[in-house]
Design a binder for this molecule. Structure first.
Ligand SMILES: Cc1cc2nc3c(=O)[nH]c(=O)nc-3n(C[C@H](O)[C@H](O)[C@H](O)COP(=O)(O)OP(=O)(O)OC[C@H]3O[C@@H](n4cnc5c(N)ncnc54)[C@H](O)[C@@H]3O)c2cc1C
Length: 442
């Protein structure tokens, strides 16, 4: 007979670990199993570029100690893919045919890279860049090359820019090919994008915008030797990195009856449309406090916080996800930029306040006195205050111009607002199982 696990978690990353920790805070005894097809203890995904730069040891990439699973009485089933989910029977089947049954299930399956259906993407030398194994594969591939290596990175978003910086640090000549007219176009406005491009060029990166790759070509036994752009321009290279986007990994929920949009739709308890089945992180469409709607917001803190919320609810302690929003802090090629929420408003119903001074740029987008998004470059310390004003839905209409002043700080806010900012936060620990908790980040 298949043994029933109290709490079954698929995905051993920000979301899965957040959930396991929350469960253990309120239930010391219930059985927890975490399954992942990646073979490593939970590591920080954003650090894979560090691995590519310097092959930093795995221990330095782990965001929990290696004995975390043992300490918390968690069965870690690593390096094994879940092939099927049977929602009716409440079981999953692993690739090797073994079966696990659950009482509560969390889908923290994250995202997977989008790979275009173009000729040559299966050739040697073509990579994606979302896992430690991807970084290891690129590293292995680069090692035998003594002469100058050239890489084409397809996609000028966050992952494309991040892998480009790592490759440059490895001495590789990089060309980024971006289909839109500017880099980082989904997370930055035009002015902030314009700050990044010269920094990349100064580091020797060639940037081709408004074009895409039509095919990857080969003159050698199955190895990529270059790409051809959609205007027929050839770009010789030995390495191609496909970084055109990441999409929710939904393979397990297809035909399961669980409601999906672009991701798995969850309520404020992170529960899916199926009772007892939860989802969080990059795979989930969860509440966005800026738009007030469910959206994909694929960043690490949201995954962890969503995981904690799911974990408490799975263990029977009501908790509400406070919401997340798109948020990115970039530190590439010597340029520091933070962006969050909506940076390029879709119509005139939004107001914009902005300022430039020295090397810094500050822009805040507002709707009806509430902050809808912002971009800060250069001096970033004060952006944390803006983020909290946005998250707490504070009406800033009366002092909105002060938000982008060079000397902006807590003292720029009306006293009743900054006093509240300095208040000691309430404990996130539940006083009793019946009391709803705020699933805060520890
Ligand atoms: C290169 C890079 C840089 C990034 N930088 C930042 C950053 O600076 N700041 C930031 O906030 N965010 C960053 N992110 C995004 C951040 O890493 C993600 O938001 C976060 O990892 C999402 O966590 P998650 O738990 O939802 O899923 P993931 O981290 O994607 O983990 C999901 C896990 O589930 C496993 N899995 C999926 N399906 C199955 C299955 N069927 N069977 C078994 N296992 C399965 C996957 O293999 C994976 O291990 C970056 C991402 C990348 C790729």
């Amino acid at each position: 007979m298949t043994e029933i696990t109290e709490y079954l978690i698929i995905g051993n990353s920000a979301g899965g670990i957040g959930a396991a920790e929350a469960i253990r805070e309120v239930d010391r005894a219930g059985s927890i199993a975490i399954v992942s097809d990646e073979p490593y203890p939970a590591y920080s995904r954003p650090l894979i570029s560090e691995y590519l730069v310097s092959r930093c040891p795995l221990e330095r990439m782990l965001f929990r100690p290696p004995d975390f699973y043992q300490q918390h009485g968690i069965q870690a089933i690593l390096g094994r893919r879940v092939a099927r989910l049977d929602a009716g029977r409440q079981t999953i089947s692993l690739e090797d045919g073994s079966t696990l049954a659950w009482k509560k299930l969390l889908l923290a399956t994250g995202g997977q890279p989008v790979v275009p259906n173009i000729e040559g993407v299966g050739l040697q030398g073509v990579f994606t860049f979302t896992t430690l194994d991807d970084a290891r594969a690129i590293d292995q591939f680069l090692r035998p090359y003594r002469r100058k290596t050239r890489a084409v990175v397809i996609g000028g978003g966050l992952i494309g820019v991040s892998v480009s910086e790592a490759l440059v640090k490895r001495g590789v000549e990089v060309t980024i090919v971006e289909m839109k007219e500017r880099l980082l176009n989904t997370i930055l406005d035009a002015e902030a994008s314009a700050l990044v491009e010269p920094a990349l060029k100064a580091s020797g990166v060639e940037v081709v915008t408004g074009r895409t790759v039509g095919e990857v070509g080969s003159y050698l036994r199955g190895e990529a030797t270059g790409v051809t752009l959609d205007d027929s321009r050839p770009l010789p290279c030995e390495v191609v990195v496909v970084a055109i986007g990441v999409q929710p990994r939904l393979e397990l929920v297809r035909d399961s009856g669980i409601r999906t949009g672009r991701g798995i739709v969850v309520d404020r308890h992170m529960q899916t449309s199926l009772e007892g089945v939860y989802a969080c992180g990059d795979v989930a469409e969860a509440y966005d406090f800026v738009s007030g709607e469910n959206r994909l917001t694929p960043v690490w803190p949201n995954a962890y916080l969503g995981g904690r919320t799911a974990g408490f609810n799975m263990a029977g302690v009501p908790a509400e996800y406070p919401g997340g929003t798109a948020m990115n802090a970039l530190k590439y090629f010597g340029v520091n930029i933070v962006s969050a929420g909506m940076v390029a408003p879709p119509d005139d119903s939004y107001e914009i306040v902005r300022a430039r001074s020295g090397g810094s740029y500050r822009k805040v987008v507002l709707k009806d006195g509430l902050i809808a998004g912002f971009v800060f470059s250069g001096e970033l310390e004060k952006s944390g205050i803006i983020y909290h004003l946005m998250k707490d839905r504070v009406n800033v209409g009366a002092f909105q111009q002060a938000l982008v002043a060079a000397d902006f700080g807590l003292a720029s806010l009306p006293p009743e607002i900054w006093r509240a900012r300095l208040a000691v936060p309430a404990s996130i620990a539940p006083a009793s199982p019946a009391e709803p908790v705020k699933a805060g980040i520890k």
